[in-house]
Design a protein around this ligand. Structure first.
Ligand code: XMP
Length: 324
């Protein structure tokens, strides 16, 4: 579907992020009054921008809940706490539910079962936190325009974050008429760091679908550490703004290697870097060989339990972007 103009979406002709923020702040205040608003803050672009907008509009009447399901990327929960609690002085409830998620996922190898468990557990943890708070009447959500218009959009069939209807809150969706780039423009204008505003897409089940098969702590650590190396090296080489999505996958197979004259029996790490517009199809980015060599060297020397690095050259279709 083609992009609708700001006029078609009822936002007027000369849309700017600054003016939108001003109007939106007034509207949020009028809607919420002195009520309390709850928000599941994942640290993704949409929920982060909604959080920043609501902090500006209603300050401490907003309660953000950040659920760390243990499948986030390296440094992500820390960044959410730093930006929202320390810099923006928001009410932030940080829940470390990593152990709980990992124990529910133990031994589960079917990708769709893994997704269901992660989704259900997320809602349960969020609902438990909501139940501890008194007097909440609104639920804020980072719904954006493509979520509403694209019936086959990524989120509609994928997202973990469909929140508990039984909580029975009134919805506050301040970016529901905006496209992603407009949401990013709001984020910039609201002072969010570029690492949040220009983040690559990250699936709700997180690293869980990149640790193939039944998740184990050590293999999950290998995914997290190798992903951090790829992101660091992409940033250093100026690739992070150019490539749509890039990450690593650790399958549950082992192969032989050799280290200090001894045979090893360890996992491979697979690098994936794709370009896409809307995730329905994807092409492979030609990463310069020196960058791939550097990443390979670093993964082999820094990541425990890994003795081989591969580069996935498969476009979508035939492959999907994620391995699960
Ligand atoms: P696939 O693997 O289907 O991925 O080519 C397309 C895009 O969707 C993301 N993705 C997900 N996002 N929950 C999400 O929120 C999910 O379960 C999920 N699975 C895949 C993927 O990262 C890519 O951007």
């Amino acid at each position: 579907m083609g992009r609708e103009s700001t006029e078609q979406r009822g936002l007027g002709k000369n849309w700017t992020a600054e003016k939108y923020i001003e109007t939106s702040v007034k509207e949020i205040r009028a809607t919420v009054g002195d009520g309390k608003v709850l928000l599941a803050l994942s640290g993704g672009v949409d929920s982060s921008v909604v959080a920043a907008l609501l902090v500006k509009a209603i300050g401490k009447q907003l309660y953000c809940v950040h659920v760390n399901h243990g499948l986030l990327r390296k440094g992500e929960p820390e960044e959410v706490v730093e930006v929202f609690r320390n810099q923006m002085d928001a009410n932030l409830i940080y829940v470390d539910a990593s152990e709980r998620f990992l124990s529910k996922l133990a031994g589960v190898s079917d990708p769709e079962k893994k997704r269901k468990i992660i989704g259900k557990e997320f809602i349960d943890v969020f609902a438990e936190e909501a139940a501890k708070l008194n007097g909440i009447s609104f639920l804020a959500q980072g719904t954006i325009y493509p979520d509403i218009t694209e019936s086959k959009g990524v989120k509609s069939h994928h997202n973990v974050g469909g929140l508990p209807k039984e909580l029975n809150f009134k919805l506050v969706e301040p970016v529901r008429m905006l496209y992603k780039d407009e949401v990013r423009a709001l984020g910039k204008a609201l002072g969010l760091p570029d690492t949040m505003v220009y983040r690559q897409p990250f699936p709700g089940p997180g690293l869980g679908v990149r640790c193939i098969g039944a998740i184990t702590k050590d293999r999950l650590e290998a995914v997290r550490e190798s992903d951090a190396i790829v992101r660091e090296e992409f940033a250093k080489s100026g690739l992070s703004g150019k490539v749509w999505q890039y990450f690593t996958v650790v399958p549950d197979i082992k192969s032989t290697g050799i280290i200090d004259g001894k045979r090893s029996w360890d996992w491979p790490v697979i690098i994936r870097a794709v370009n896409s517009v809307d995730a329905t199809s994807a092409t492979i980015e030609d990463i310069p060989y020196p960058v791939l060599h550097r990443i390979t060297d670093r993964i082999l020397s820094e990541v425990k339990g890994v003795n081989r690095v591969l580069y996935d050259l498969s476009p979508k279709p035939v492959s999907t972007i994620e391995w699960e």
